[in-house]
Design a protein around this ligand. Structure first.
Ligand SMILES: Cc1cc2nc3c(=O)[nH]c(=O)nc-3n(C[C@H](O)[C@H](O)[C@H](O)COP(=O)(O)O)c2cc1C
Length: 469
């Protein structure tokens, strides 16, 4: 007998299967019941006895445990209003947690997220492969109570009356979900401790698990609205500009440098000479980092085919959703202001003068420089504004349309940003400029300066450029 599971792995996108050999009638019957109305947890031990007097009925228990472990069973506890709570597997690997033998205190994991759904509340944690769905609203106060450590008795009294009798099962159920855990001596939940010690916060752990998880749930993907007629937004996107400045194209001949020497020489420089950078140097930096070499069709012939680009920098899927904007404070040959780099025409489209939000961006860059612990040469109040602050902004929709199923859109955007940081560093070094990547930036300021809604294009990285001191 072959059971097709809803799960696939990132390495093998086909649904995984489970094979049973020499299947007994008893197992067939149970599998049938499990796929229809379900069975009661204590019932599965009784069923085989009725139908196969000689068969060792306990043999079924490991098989049911195996189904559970493989994320194929939904476990639920019923109350007088019907289903009170359910454990819905997200991927294989769920362990059944027994009610602890000795007196313990229990509390919510600090990594949980709560999301309302039609049936009630879905509670998940990146540390467990299951969703705890609370369907009976009388259980909601218990969740609030579990924010602080609770004894068995606390939990029992917070349960609806008809569930109190099975409070131990409820506790075992909550522990199995990973949403609730046993408190340790540091007043943390045991299952959280390793992640807490390593310094994980909830957002990062959830983003990490979401984008790096091994298993994918094919069932869920099939339920997602299909985006067949939703085309990937085009690679070329016109911004509203006031004027256009053509940039000089570099002549390759006069710039032969040893690549390995450039790698050796690359370093962050945060102190600038009084001589501003030139349009020629800026043009070369942008040309060798971001100009569009070629417009291509990715996955040609397939329904998902989309427009891609080729640039000196690599980009996942050739999407190149990141564009460069430049806050130019001073540059010989280009007037101060806020510009978009047109990578197709190798030109700058002026979007505004060097207005207040631009000044705030430059000021923020200075503060960020001083905050870098490694920036020994720059102490607070001594940071300098760069000649040019480069802002990387992404059109999220381009990645989202391609990655609606994988959920990797934002993770890949950040990886693309990393690729651009390094390219800017190396090219700036080759050109003898002073490069410095930045950690902090404000999407709100970018929105104010560019006039573009942060939902359609948002900033994800900043980079300072000037002439070295
Ligand atoms: C993604 C990224 C973010 C950075 N953020 C900052 C920052 O906010 N402020 C700063 O002064 N330097 C920043 N830097 C530069 C690092 O501090 C620098 O690379 C590090 O100290 C090592 O020095 P090096 O680049 O000279 O090898 C950043 C670099 C990168 C790649």
């Amino acid at each position: 007998m072959v059971v097709t599971t809803p799960y696939a792995t990132r390495a093998n996108p086909n649904r995984q299967t489970l094979r049973f050999k020499g299947v007994k009638e008893s197992l067939k019957k149970i599998l049938k019941e499990l796929s229809q109305a379900g069975i009661e947890s204590n019932q599965y031990l009784a069923i085989p006895e009725k139908i196969e007097s000689t068969a060792p009925h306990l043999a079924l228990e490991p098989q049911l445990k195996m189904l559970y472990k493989n994320g194929l069973l939904i476990h639920e506890i019923d109350g007088c209003n019907g289903i009170a709570m359910r454990l819905l597997p997200i991927h294989p690997g769920l362990d059944q947690h027994p009610y602890p033998e000795t007196e313990k205190e229990f509390k919510l994991s600090k990594f949980i997220s709560i999301q309302p759904c039609i049936e009630g509340l879905d509670i998940t944690t990146p540390l467990s492969p299951t969703t705890l769905r609370l369907q009976d609203h009388r259980l909601y106060p218990l969740i609030q109570k579990l924010v602080s450590p609770c004894t068995t008795e606390d939990i029992r009294t917070f349960l609806p009356e008809e569930l109190r009798i099975q409070h131990r099962d409820v506790i075992a159920f909550l522990l199995s979900s990973g949403v609730v855990g046993i408190c340790n001596t540091s007043n943390n939940v045991e299952i959280d401790q390793e992640a807490i010690t390593a310094g994980w916060n909830r957002q990062d752990l959830s983003f990490h698990t979401h984008t790096r998880g091994h298993f994918i749930d094919r069932c869920k993907e099939e339920l997602l609205p299909k985006t067949i007629d939703k085309k990937t937004p085009p690679a070329k996107h016109q911004r509203i500009i006031l004027s256009k400045v053509s940039l000089p194209k570099p002549s390759i001949n006069n710039q032969i440098s040893n690549f390995y020497q450039i790698i050796q020489a690359r370093q962050t420089i945060r102190a600038y000479s009084s001589m501003p950078i030139t349009a020629k140097a800026l043009g070369s930096l942008l040309w060798y980092s971001m100009h569009t070499r070629e417009e291509i069709t990715c996955d040609p012939g397939l329904p998902r085919s989309y427009e891609g680009l080729l640039r000196p920098t690599a980009s996942a899927g050739g999407l190149h959703s990141i564009e460069l904007y430049l806050c130019i404070k001073q540059c010989i040959g280009i007037s101060p202001g806020f510009y978009h780099y047109d990578s197709f025409d190798h030109a700058l489209g002026k979007m505004s003068d060097l207005n207040k939000p631009c000044q705030s961006m430059l000021e923020m860059a200075v503060n960020t420089t001083c905050r870098a612990p490694q920036a020994a040469s720059v102490s607070p109040s001594q940071g300098q504004q760069p000649d040019v602050l480069i802002v990387m902004a992404t059109r999220y929709a381009r990645n989202a349309s391609l990655h609606s199923e994988t959920g990797l859109a934002y993770a890949l955007i950040l990886k693309d940003a990393g690729s651009i940081y390094q390219q800017l560093y190396l090219v700036a070094t080759a050109l003898g400029l002073a490069p410095c990547g930045l950690s902090f930036g404000s999407s709100e300021l970018f929105e104010q300066v560019s006039g573009i809604s942060g939902k359609s294009e948002c900033s994800v990285g900043e980079f300072m450029i000037g002439n070295p001191k």
